[in-house]
Design a protein around this ligand. Structure first.
Ligand SMILES: [Fe+2]
Ligand SMILES: [Fe+2]
Length: 470
């Protein structure tokens, strides 16, 4: 079951050959995907041989194969985690009943919307990152960028498979539209705001993969609990790939902080201007980027109080990440207190699940912060990096538009407007970070603003030629 058939046009472990119509529909979509990749994927690196991992099995051991591949030749395929025999619904009003192998009619449009929204983020991130290859800080980083890009492409395949296989004609139309919306496009933008934010520098990429891919992890974990079994199995396998994306973010920011601390020591200063003059990124600027991407990603969880979250949970469509770790899986008699600018509101727990998810996400985000702050502390500096309050700079929910500072304290509008440029990157900060973005491509060499990684990919040396440019 778990081995993947590579002899077919579309590698898969879903027995695609046994469903001719589905196979034909997906083979029809495949060239459109490749057209999209050529136009919207990483620019100018199509001929390069990139040291990439490709999924070859869904086993915990050895699920991927590493080797040099030209990105357009990457074997994007459809891989589902193995079925859990006799799996039962683990939460909501239908808890204990068998999971669904088909979409129940009454949930069809909601499930389709959830899958489309998830699917839309995958190609969106490839589009956002398409220019970054030209300014990579090292060949190692360039390879990691491309690894993430091809896997986000595969995640699009994962969602398109579900749309084609379970949602008939509507699903096929949605699959087409996933290639027609584009990140930042004025007429046909991507669905979610964060995925329309321009990304022109690698500090943003590291923050994006730290915060936004981690939102992805939480969404996938909540779908992994779904009563719709094909969605659950699809997302369980996607999580395997997702871990690397967050690794790139966490180690990327670590390496920036490490390099900055080296420069501070070398110069014997914590003056941001001097650190910048030496070609490193001062910690205050790192903090602003964290504030920007964290607050943007917090909106992705939706409103604090939401009847959709209640319906999605009660029906079994979308659970909480790590549902099994909770005591109560039905939540009909529990409430939660939610802070709003107007005061505390007590709401049914079912309506507060976005906030429950957001809170567990923020806890997960803290792990990297602790690591970076330990480095700063060991270097003898008092500054600490922090996560912004979940009330800061929100566009969705009761705190949308509220003028609060990054600690969550209310400030008046004039102060907010004046200080925002001190809390998130100003034009000047962006221009400075941008000025550092020069392509470093000699194997093993690093740009001056980032420390080398601790180790290479798949036990190879840091100076391995991860991308062979021709
Ligand atoms: Fe993804
Ligand atoms: Fe990802």
């Amino acid at each position: 079951m778990s081995s993947i058939n590579y002899a077919e046009k579309i590698p898969n472990n879903v027995n695609l050959v046994t469903d001719r119509n589905l196979q034909r529909a997906l083979e029809h979509w495949q060239p459109k995907f490749l057209d999209w990749w050529h136009v919207m994927g990483p620019t100018d690196f199509e001929k390069a041989d990139v040291y990439l991992r490709t999924a070859i099995s869904v086993d915990a051991q050895g699920w991927a194969h590493y080797g040099a591949v030209k990105m357009p030749d990457y074997r994007w395929g459809i891989f589902l985690a193995d079925a859990v025999p006799d799996r039962k619904i683990g939460f909501g009003d239908q808890m204990g009943q068998p999971v669904w192998q088909q979409v129940p009619g009454e949930y069809r449009s909601t499930l389709r919307r959830l899958i489309v929204t998830q699917g839309d983020t995958e190609p969106a991130s490839v589009e956002q990152q398409r220019m970054l290859g030209h300014t990579c800080p090292s060949m190692y980083d360039l390879r990691n960028l491309f690894q993430i890009n091809v896997e986000e492409g595969r995640h699009l395949w994962a969602m398109v498979y579900l749309l084609h296989a379970y949602f008939g004609r509507d699903g096929r139309e949605e699959a087409e539209e996933l290639l027609e919306r584009h990140s930042g496009d004025t007429n046909k933008p991507r669905i979610l705001t964060t995925f329309n934010e321009p990304m022109t520098d690698w500090l943003s990429l590291f923050c994006f993969t730290y915060f936004t891919d981690r939102d992805g992890k939480y969404q996938l974990k909540s779908f992994a609990e779904s009563a719709f079994d094909p969605l659950s199995r699809t997302c369980r396998f996607m999580l395997t790939e997702e871990a690397h994306h967050m690794f790139v973010g966490e180690t990327g920011i670590s390496r920036v902080v490490k390099r900055t601390l080296e420069v501070m020591k070398e110069l014997g200063t914590d003056d941001p201007a001097k650190i910048r003059a030496h070609g490193a990124i001062d910690l205050q600027t790192v903090q602003k980027y964290l504030n920007f991407w964290c607050s943007s990603s917090l909106d992705l969880f939706g409103s604090e109080i939401s009847s959709n979250s209640a319906a999605n949970f009660a029906s079994g469509m979308k659970g909480r990440p790590d549902e099994a770790t909770y005591q109560d899986h039905v939540l009909r008699d529990v409430q939660m207190k939610i802070a709003t600018p107007q005061g505390e509101e007590t709401v049914p727990m079912l309506n507060a699940l976005n906030e429950v998810m957001r809170e567990s996400y923020l806890k997960d985000c803290e792990i990297g912060l602790k690591r970076w702050n330990r480095m700063i502390e060991r270097a003898g500096h008092a500054l600490r990096l922090t996560l912004p309050s979940s009330r800061f700079r929100r566009s969705i929910g009761p705190w949308a538009g509220a003028t609060v500072d990054p600690s969550g304290a209310p400030v008046d509008k004039a102060t907010y407007d004046k200080k925002l440029g001190e809390w998130i990157p100003s034009e000047g900060d962006r221009a400075f970070v941008h000025s550092l973005m020069q392509k470093v491509i000699e194997p093993g060499k690093m740009a001056a603003w980032i420390a080398p990684p601790e180790r290479g990919i798949n036990n190879l040396a840091i100076d391995y030629e991860y991308v062979k440019l021709h």
